[in-house]
Ligand binder design. Structure first.
Ligand SMILES: [Zn+2]
Length: 136
């Protein structure tokens, strides 16, 4: 696929299990109608998303990420959990009333953090590796 690492996103369920995967590009993950259709159809199962920032950087959301988090929560009508996975860190964020703050004790371990890194570095999703993916 592409030449460099890309951002990958996975929507996960309430024990951190992967539900839906999608790939982006070097700098971001574009929203798309098809993705939203899948997300919305499984909205009762989805607790949040994780996406990669596939570099050696601190795990923290961009302003675009925070706008996206707020959009999901507005659509879903509830607060959610947001993981950022870099090559060296994985951090879960949640709205604390004023900002998306890192959680010291997230309710679960993100099950596929390493797979998220691997797919990002491979430059795309080989859906055969995503064994718990219900669809793509
Ligand atoms: Zn991001």
């Amino acid at each position: 696929m592409g030449s460099g690492p890309i951002e990958i996103e996975v929507a996960f369920g309430f024990v951190g299990e992967s539900i839906l995967w999608r790939g982006g590009n070097e700098g971001c993950i574009q929203d798309g109608f098809e993705w939203w259709q899948k997300v919305f159809s499984q909205r009762t199962l989805i607790a949040g998303t994780a996406h990669s920032h596939p570099w050696n950087v601190p795990a923290c959301p961009s302003s675009r990420d925070e706008a996206t988090f707020a959009g999901w929560e507005s659509t879903f009508g509830r607060r959610m959990l947001w993981w950022i996975v870099t090559l060296t860190e994985a951090q879960c964020f949640q709205w604390n009333g004023s900002v998306y703050a890192p959680l010291d004790n997230p309710p679960f371990v993100l099950q596929d953090a390493d797979l998220l890194r691997t797919l990002s570095l491979d430059g795309g999703i080989d859906y055969g590796k995503c064994t718990r993916t219900s669809n793509a």
